[in-house]
Write a protein that binds this ligand. Structure first.
Ligand SMILES: Nc1ncnc2c1ncn2[C@@H]1O[C@H](COP(=O)(O)OP(=O)(O)OP(=O)(O)O)[C@@H](O)[C@H]1O
Ligand SMILES: [Mg+2]
Length: 235
């Protein structure tokens, strides 16, 4: 290694929430590199800042201090319009709570990123159905989220995050509602679709059953990254 391209670069990233009169310091100076071609898992106790960190990385939340670059782009200082376009084209995000649009079917939900990128509705629908088949939902492409189980909704959210081939896929607990076999199937797909030299994948997880898929495990505690272990050796 050593020459690996950096997909995501965080330096001194700090974030404090100012909720209902109480300040919570969620990130206390994060330094982290995610290499292109790498599947990084982010682990750590509840409340340690995992969701906050991946939200900053994905440009969903602005940090208070520090630098975060995604494939060389500093999202914090981008104009809103450019940031939206960059995110739509390059980042897939699986929310801890799925965030599916309730009035759209599974296939329509999965079509959204493609439509945002200018692909025709018809073509998007076809491709959405293909990806839904790959996550085991061939029979449910026309169902609304409310008609799906938690694990099925989670798989729709995963299909939506990867359908447009984004350079960075960020997933918050993507296998929490899945049984062992379905979890492995989804991880196989994520790894296959997401990983080549131009892409990277970050997965927040408590699920030890999927650690085997990681190239790198970053451990957080109390707003900091305390340890990074790469399977290719220390770096
Ligand atoms: N919108 C918010 N307003 C105020 N505090 C928040 C907000 N979001 C998160 N926090 C706080 O920031 C800290 C980090 O939260 P975060 O959601 O990043 O943790 P997490 O590691 O993802 O936890 P979990 O494993 O439970 O999902 C926690 O103390 C949390 O209470
Ligand atoms: Mg979280």
């Amino acid at each position: 290694m050593g020459t690996a391209t950096v997909a995501v670069e965080c330096r001194g990233v700090r974030k404090t929430y100012d909720g209902s009169g109480q300040q919570v310091v969620a990130l206390r100076g994060i330094d982290l590199d995610i290499h292109a071609g790498e599947l990084m898992m982010l682990v750590g106790p509840s409340g340690c800042g995992k969701t906050t960190l991946i939200s900053v990385i994905a440009g969903i939340l602005d940090q208070d201090e520090g630098l975060c670059r995604v494939f060389g782009h500093d999202l914090l200082h981008m104009k809103d319009k450019d940031k939206l376009r960059f995110r739509a084209a390059n980042i897939g995000f699986v929310f801890q709570t799925y965030n599916l649009l309730p009035s759209l079917t599974a296939a329509e939900n999965v079509s959204i990123p493609m439509i945002l990128n200018g692909i025709s509705r018809q073509k998007a629908q076809r491709r959405a159905v293909e990806v839904l088949e790959r996550v085991g939902l061939a029979e449910r492409t026309g169902s609304l989220p409310s008609e799906l189980s938690g694990g099925q909704q989670q798989r729709v959210a995963i299909a939506r995050a990867l359908v447009h081939g984004p350079k960075l896929i960020v997933c918050d607990e993507p296998t929490s509602a899945l049984d062992h076999e379905t979890g492995h199937r989804v991880m196989d797909l994520l790894k296959q679709v997401a990983l080549d030299e131009d892409r990277a994948l970050v997965i927040v997880t408590h699920d030890a059953r999927i650690f085997e898929f990681a190239d790198c495990i970053a451990q957080m505690d109390d707003g900091q990254v305390v340890k990074v272990v790469r399977s290719s050796g220390p770096s």
